[in-house]
Design a protein around this ligand. Structure first.
Ligand code: S3P
Length: 207
């Protein structure tokens, strides 16, 4: 997996985003990572740079259920939420190319991971516990964190999920820096990965 932590200067590489868009060759970009990793805020800006639509899978689920995520958890339970999440992400992956921010648990599903592998480039936004906690404390909209000890809950999620998130194509450390710089680092890491994995030119396949 390609990893990066260093932020970079946005203004020096105006062709970076177009180069990434071309190298994606129509594949979606899927952001994975824990609650508070910055998938939505980074994803929205990344989409803007790439000239692609942006969609947040949690919003898509809320729209089709006509309920908020906390309402779905409270009234239908987590397993119904997971079933809906899986369906919605499969649908989004069947749409034209876009940047998709997934809810933190979505990538844990093996079939969803396989679909993402087939149709998208996956980007894990990896953040440390204090960064995640600072961000999620701003809102009370995460049912999984409504526990007696949300810090311990988040740590348990890190322990369980990080080895699975590590299957993503690239990992970028989510830092408390301006979103623009994060996006720049994501684009650079994407391009490095895509350059490494680009299919060979057609003439090299000739007999
Ligand atoms: C969840 C993360 C949330 C949302 C739901 C469950 C999880 O999305 O899907 O509350 O299992 O980690 P965000 O990661 O966008 O907060």
């Amino acid at each position: 997996m390609n990893e990066a932590i260093a932020p970079a200067d946005d203004s020096t590489q105006p062709m970076l985003a177009p180069a990434v868009r071309e190298a994606l060759a129509g594949r979606h970009v899927v952001l994975v990572g824990l609650m508070g990793a910055g998938k939505t805020s980074v994803g929205r800006r990344l989409a803007q740079k790439l000239g692609l639509p942006f969609i947040d899978s949690d919003h898509a689920i809320e729209e089709s259920a006509r309920m908020t995520i906390p309402e779905i958890f409270a009234q239908l339970g987590e397993s119904e939420f997971r079933a809906g999440e899986k369906k919605v992400i499969a649908r989004l992956l069947g749409e034209p190319q876009q940047v998709i921010a997934t809810g933190g648990g979505a990538y844990m599903d093996p079939e969803t991971r396989a679909r993402i592998r087939d149709r998208a480039m996956s980007v894990w936004l990896r953040a440390d516990l204090p960064v995640l906690m600072r961000r999620v404390q701003k809102r009370q909209n995460r049912p999984l964190l409504q526990t007696a000890d949300p810090v311990a809950t988040m740590q348990a999620l890190i322990d369980k999920r990080y080895p699975v998130y590590a299957e993503a194509d690239i990992c970028v450390t989510s830092l408390e820096i301006p979103h623009e710089q994060m996006v720049q680092t994501v684009l650079e890491t994407m391009l490095a990965f895509l350059a490494d994995t680009a299919p060979p030119p057609a003439e090299s396949l000739a007999p």
